[in-house]
Structure formats: C-alpha cells, structure tokens
Design a protein around this ligand. Structure first.
Ligand code: AHM
Ligand code: MG
Length: 336
C-alpha cells in the first residue's frame, strides 16, 4: 500500500507473536502447524496468567495453599492457578502428547498413539520465583518443548531427552510489562504484551547477549556452603568491583543477563548438593535461550547443560550461564 505524501500518523506496522510464528513456519514447508498451535496455547496461557498475577492482591489469591509440591516446597495459590491454566490450555491441543509440570509429581499423558501426526511433549515451570508474588516482585513462566519419542518404552521416557533436543523453549516474564522470549533454534526473539490490543508484539529479533559485563547474580547468603571454586570466583569478582544483582526469580535474573550481560549462578549448596534448579523445567530452556543468544550455559566445567542426560524429570543441576567471557571466568576459578 502506498501512503500518501504528507500523511501524518503514528500507526506503525506490528508483528504479533502469532504472525511471527506463522512467518517462521513459512520457512519450513514440511511443517504441519502443530508446533504453532502449541505456541499459541502458551501465548494464551501467558495472557491469562499475566492477568491473574496483576489482580492477585485484589482477588485475594496471594499466599500459600498450605501444601507442598513434589519438590517439597510450599505452593503458592497462584502456582496452582498458573499450573491449571497451562494444563487445561495445552491439554486442548491435539498436538500435545505429554505435559510435565514442576508442580506435578507425574507427567500427564494426554495422547500416546504411536502412529499418525507428529506430537510434542511440553514441560513447564508454571510460576517460577513465586515467593516474590507477595511483595509484587517479578515472576515468570518457563517452558521447554520436545518431540515425542515414539520409540520410548514408557510414555514418560519420551521426556528424558537432553536439552539439545528441544524444538522450542522460552519464558514469560511478568514484570512492569509482560515479556515473552522465544527460541525455536534460530536465535531469540522478544515480544511484549500490548494490553491495548491483547497481543504480544515483537520488539526485538535475534537478541545477542553482551560478550562480557562485570555483574554476577547469585544467592550470596549461601556463599559459605558453595564449593571452594565458587567462593574463589566471588572473592575475585568483588576485588574487580563487580555488581551484584539478584531478583531471586530466575526469569527476571536471566532476562537481565540476556539484555545486559553478566553471569547467573546457582551452585551446589549444603542444603541442595545438586543445586536447586530443575534441569528439565528451568536449566534446559534457559540454557538453550542463552546459547541461542551467543552465551554459554554449563552445569560444571566442560559440561554443557544441554548435554546432560536426564534420568528423572524432576532432577536438579548446578547452573552457570550468561555472557561467554563471564562464564569462562567462573570456570577458570573452579579449576582446583
Ligand atoms: P521455584 O521454581 O520454586 O520458584 O524456585 C526457583 C527459584 C528461581 O526462580 C530462583 O533463581 C531461585 O529459586 C531462587 O532460590 P533461592 O531463594 O535459594 O536463592
Ligand atoms: Mg522454578
């Protein structure tokens, strides 16, 4: 369309998440649209969760349920609500074979035929960092999508694939605005929810993490129980006057690192000898996003998070991720 000369307008062309996914799909003539439908279910879930998070204090849904989740952690009421939203929305998509949530002990097997349409497994942490909710801090949803492995003996074994097999991963950050970060293996793209039109609008394509930045993100309260190498790194970083930034919600911390650089650490601690974060729901999707943005994501020196072979869906892993030069500095200090 030709816009007449002298035309004054602030109307700009927007690309929504939906439009973006369709554009990407067009590059893959073999695609059936199944993955696109699943991503659209995640987008709808994100809008529903964002609206619940925003109204939580008004609707009196803050605080704990009184029970513990499978991880032995206190469940917040909104953990349960967000989990239900995702289970129901994804459950309605024919292309989803299995869903697994950090909040549920067992995966939910929705459809397990071995023939026919290609199906996917969706793993998610419905509301990561939910203890921040009571103080109006940022929280997020993290998801990871794998192809259903039809050769697996038991349906749930289909989930036990290393992170390098992910076909899509992302997070939704519920902060001052709602941000959707997505990778389908061709870089990281960012979308912001425009409440005026009810759609995620693309704001950045091909996010690149800064190569270095003098900033670390770790719960320093646990410092004395970290392995020596991490303590040596922190002592070194403080001598170099690094900044310390820690929201206590991985989505918020990793989002900042993706845009501004630095390193995020969740080392082994006395309380959590394997680290606290979950491989399948947190480390794999975040690790892949960071790598797709040009960063590094390791579980230990020389061990990429994405290469860890999972043995259980709720297993934990240490996490070292962020700007490549900053991850290298941590690794340098971990050497005995
Ligand atoms: P959650 O999934 O139960 O919310 O726990 C994960 C959160 C991460 O968002 C965050 O990085 C970490 O736990 C914070 O843990 P800690 O309070 O030990 O620093
Ligand atoms: Mg979590």
């Amino acid at each position: 369309m030709t816009i007449p000369a002298g035309h004054v307008s602030n109307v700009r062309e927007i690309i929504t998440l939906q439009g973006h996914i369709l554009q990407q799909q067009a590059h893959h003539p073999e695609a059936t649209g199944t993955l696109s439908w699943i991503l659209s279910a995640l987008s709808i879930s994100a809008k529903m969760i964002a609206s619940q998070v925003r109204r939580a204090r008004l609707e009196d849904v803050l605080g704990q349920v009184g029970g513990e989740n499978v991880q032995g952690e206190q469940q917040q009421k909104l953990d349960v609500i967000a989990n239900e939203i995702l289970l129901r929305t994804l459950g309605g998509r024919q292309g989803v074979a299995i869903v697994a949530s950090e909040e549920n002990e067992e995966p939910v097997i929705l459809r397990n035929e071995r023939e026919g349409e290609r199906r996917y497994c969706v793993l998610f942490d419905p509301l990561d960092g939910s203890s921040n909710l009571d103080v109006c801090g940022a929280v997020g949803t993290i998801f990871s999508i794998l192809r259903q492995d039809r050769r697996a003996a038991r349906a749930e074994d289909s989930l036990l694939q290393p992170g390098r097999e992910q076909v899509a991963a992302g997070y939704i950050l519920y902060g001052p605005s709602t941000v959707f970060a997505l990778t389908i293996g061709a870089g990281v793209d960012l979308f912001v929810l425009d409440p005026a039109i009810g759609a995620f609008v693309r704001v950045q394509q091909g996010v690149r993490i800064p190569a270095a930045a003098k900033s670390y993100s770790v719960n320093e309260g646990n410092r004395l129980t970290f392995p020596d190498g991490y303590q040596r790194y922190l002592a070194w970083a403080q001598e170099q006057t690094y900044s310390s930034r820690y929201a206590g919600a991985m989505v918020a911390d990793v989002h900042r690192i993706l845009l501004k650089g630095g390193v995020f650490l969740y080392p082994p601690t006395r309380k959590a000898p394997q680290g606290k974060l979950r491989l399948m729901y947190e480390a794999n999707p975040m690790g892949w996003l960071v790598e797709q943005a040009g960063g590094k994501a390791l579980a230990a020196p020389g061990e990429r998070i994405l290469d860890v072979q999972p043995t259980g869906i709720h297993q934990r892993t240490p996490v070292i991720l962020g700007s490549p030069a900053e991850v290298d500095r941590v690794i340098h200090h971990l050497a005995p």
